[in-house]
Design a protein around this ligand. Structure first.
Ligand code: NDP
Length: 318
């Protein structure tokens, strides 16, 4: 069903985003009779729909594909009456209740409570070959996809904490891990750096930039440009099966920033251990408020918390 046009619809609980956080919030909110509406966003199902196999979500001993799992979560939310709609929130007015959200630049909805579950988008380098191999060698999540590269050679791009953490994680599974760093130093914390330097099967390639990926059946090699001396550049080719991006995420909070407190990277600030934001009646869950864990299971758990808090908030109001 598409968002109704030209009428101001009133809802008790509007959930924005449809990853594990959004759908879990939907399951809990609909079971609590909040008649929630989920605005699913551009990519219904969220980031997990771009993953192949999910082996670390409890309850699936044989693993499950990302799109199938998200389809099941959606069905579960709909089973209790959750109204899932395609659309994106293009504008928000969270100044006062009822909150007013604009969908796709044209339709307005008034909501007594809002749950923001818009996630965070992994940054990519923007190479054509990177796009070509997404899902067949290119990944932005080592915890999700690392298992498929057991005993193989992989590369991780980035020099921050995420890159070092992902490289260390992959080193436990893979034969060799190249860490491709564009500068001549790592930005990561000292502890993370030490972990990387002390891991034998991680090779750090400082001052290297990725030129392109190649391979007949998925990624088989990566061509790098190495800075040599002040103005000289040199091409280097490494044989790899997996290419992991760890150059940061962009939390999808821009449309709420006028009202909702965020940190300097844009992650929504919530009260510790809760989904409560600085605006009463607006809750945040999942990756949009979590720069640290970013797992489907932690997202789902915070979606549950957000729905419970929304229910409490609405009960107090009434
Ligand atoms: P960061 O922004 O800290 O680091 C991004 C890294 O990617 C930098 O090394 C940057 O290089 C590099 N990079 C960016 N763009 C490109 C590009 N186009 N080509 C090549 N390299 C590029 O992001 P993180 O995700 O690592 O961390 C985000 C936040 O989360 C940080 O505050 C971090 O401390 C925190 N975090 C904490 C963890 C923990 O405590 N366990 C674990 C993970 C994250 P350059 O340095 O040259 O700009």
């Amino acid at each position: 069903m598409n968002v109704k046009e030209n009428t101001i619809e009133k809802v008790k609980c509007l959930i924005i985003g449809s990853g594990p956080a959004g759908y879990t919030a939907g399951i809990y909110a609909s079971r609590a009779n909040l008649n929630p509406v989920i605005i699913e966003g551009l990519q219904p199902g969220g980031q997990l729909t771009t993953t192949t196999e999910i082996d670390n979500f409890p309850g699936y001993p044989k693993g499950i594909s990302g799109p199938v799992m998200m389809g099941e979560l959606k069905k579960q939310a709909e089973r209790f009456g959750c109204d899932c709609r395609w659309g994106i929130v293009s504008k928000s007015n969270l100044e006062q209740r009822p909150f007013r959200l604009t969908i796709d630049g044209k339709t307005e909805i008034e909501a007594e409570s809002v749950i923001i579950a818009t996630g965070a988008t992994a940054k990519y380098l923007g190479l054509e070959s990177e796009e070509k191999y997404k899902g067949s060698g290119v990944s932005a999540c080592a915890t999700c996809d690392g298992f498929f590269y057991r005993g193989k050679n992989v590369a991780v791009v980035g020099g921050g904490d995420t890159a070092c953490e992902e490289a260390s994680y992959l080193a436990g599974l893979c034969k060799k891990v190249y860490l491709i760093v564009r500068k001549d130093y790592l930005r990561a914390s000292k502890a993370m750096q030490e972990r990387v330097f002390n891991t034998q099967n991680i090779e750090v390639l400082f001052e290297h930039n990725t030129k392109e990926l190649s391979g007949e059946n998925g990624v088989e090699a990566c061509t790098l440009i190495k800075k040599a001396g002040t103005s000289m550049e040199q091409e280097v080719k490494i044989d790899i099966d997996g290419f992991f991006l760890a150059i940061g995420h962009h939390p999808n909070s821009d449309v709420f920033k006028k009202y909702i407190d965020t940190d300097e990277q844009g992650y929504i600030i919530t009260q510790a251990g809760t989904p409560i934001t600085n605006v009463k009646g607006v809750f945040a869950c999942g990756d949009v408020q979590d720069p640290n864990y970013r797992q489907a299971i932690t997202s789902a758990a915070s979606g549950c918390q957000a729905a419970i808090e929304a229910e409490r908030y609405l009960a107090e109001l009434n």
